[in-house]
Design a protein around this ligand. Structure first.
Ligand SMILES: C[S@@+](CC[C@H](N)C(=O)[O-])C[C@H]1O[C@@H](n2cnc3c(N)ncnc32)[C@H](O)[C@@H]1O
Length: 195
């Protein structure tokens, strides 16, 4: 099995409810606004954002994810097959940017550039919800080309945003398939300042 086996992950998550962090973020953003779902996967959060009245752009590099996202109600939804690095982030556009468990799968040399573009794509007062992975995460080994941050590095990336929630999880848990994994995750809810 290659890592990550996204097809298997989509099988486990396509009927999953939206992430609670995304629900809290959506409650802070204006309904009917523009939302960007980065690494939308099988569409659990994209579906919720559409139900809440957002205009949604759902981005994923995987053709399998794009096929699943294309089965969602098409009104108010644009599905884009793209890597985060190649996605043309439009400046000051989105009322909500959601990236649940997706950004850390980028290599480190792209991570900061993409996150700077992501922040610039938030409208004033726009909300970001997503995760960074910490250095104690079980996936942090040399075989995996991903990004793992110290708490100070994570905080530094958020220094120009208003941080609403910043929760560090460093604990044994489970993956989507139920197998055990040590997670080190920073769960982030933050807002671009209005002025
Ligand atoms: C762990 S899944 C999370 C999916 C969804 N957000 C969820 O929580 O169920 C990560 C998703 O990000 C996508 N992804 C990972 N790295 C990416 C990249 N560099 N560019 C675009 N998509 C990427 C994968 O294809 C996958 O669908």
């Amino acid at each position: 099995m290659t890592f990550p086996d996204w097809g298997r992950f989509y099988g486990f998550t396509k009927e999953s409810p939206p992430w609670p962090l995304l629900i809290r973020a959506a409650a802070l953003a204006s309904n009917g606004g523009q939302a960007l779902d980065l690494g939308a996967g099988a569409g659990r959060d994209t579906r919720y954002l559409l139900e809440q009245g957002f205009q949604v752009t759902a981005v994923d590099a995987e053709p399998h994810a794009v096929a699943l996202l294309a089965t969602l109600p098409p009104d108010h939804l644009q599905v884009v097959q793209s890597s985060f690095a190649d996605f043309p982030f439009a400046f000051a556009t989105y009322d909500l940017i959601n990236a649940q468990f997706s950004l850390p799968f980028m290599p480190r040399d792209r991570f900061t550039t993409v996150f700077v573009r992501l922040k610039a794509a938030l409208a004033r007062g726009g909300v970001f919800a997503g995760q960074f992975f910490g250095v104690h995460d079980e996936y942090n080994n040399t075989e995996r080309v991903m990004t793992f941050l110290t708490r100070a590095e994570a905080e530094d990336l958020l220094s120009d945003l208003e941080v609403i929630e910043f929760a560090e999880e460093d604990a044994d848990g489970h993956k989507a398939d139920g197998s055990p994994k040590h997670w080190h995750v920073f769960h982030i809810l933050a807002r671009r300042p209005s002025a």
